[in-house]
Ligand binder design. Structure first.
Ligand SMILES: [Cu+2]
Length: 157
């Protein structure tokens, strides 16, 4: 797989999906950002991604933003006595020298009030704000309705 430079982000609106490629922000690396196609705009969309903190200081993802949602939020799926709920997460801890995944069944970005239908094969930008590292915008690739991962080949483990 070709790893494209983060500089190609400058053209992310019109470029093909680059979500499998890592985006660097200091010692933070974000990769495999993906979402699912939506039936319409009445139900919230999701964002999943992987964050690596190669640094020696703990950080945290404190908010997400995207033009395709009127109210993007961080959620955590919690199962208590067999019943799943999705409380609002104030932040997602990203400890030093650790990899944290926003993934089905765990932390995720929830995109309330979608402003457009999410179509498979398209992508949209999401801006992540970290407490220490600051902001970075990554392209999120829209997978099929039943997708369970980013559809990237995991060859750089
Ligand atoms: Cu949620």
């Amino acid at each position: 797989m070709n790893r494209l430079l983060a500089a190609t982000l400058l053209s992310l609106v019109s470029s093909p999906v680059l979500a499998c490629d890592a985006v660097q922000l200091g010692t933070i690396e974000v990769e495999q950002a993906w979402s699912r196609a939506s039936i319409g705009t009445s139900r919230p969309g999701v964002v999943y991604l992987t964050i690596r903190n190669a640094g020696t200081e703990d950080d945290a993802l404190v908010s997400i933003d995207t033009p395709i949602s009127g109210m993007p939020m961080l959620h955590e799926t919690v199962v208590t006595d067999g019943i799943a709920s999705m409380p609002h997460a104030m932040e997602v801890p990203v400890p030093a020298d650790a990899t944290v995944a926003l993934e089905p069944g765990g932390y995720h970005g929830m995109l309330m009030d979608l402003t457009q239908v999410l179509k498979e094969g398209e992508s949209f930008p999401v801006t992540l704000t970290f407490r220490n590292a600051g902001e970075v915008t990554v392209p999120v690739s829209v997978q099929g309705v039943g997708a369970t991962d980013a559809g990237c080949s995991e060859n750089n483990g």
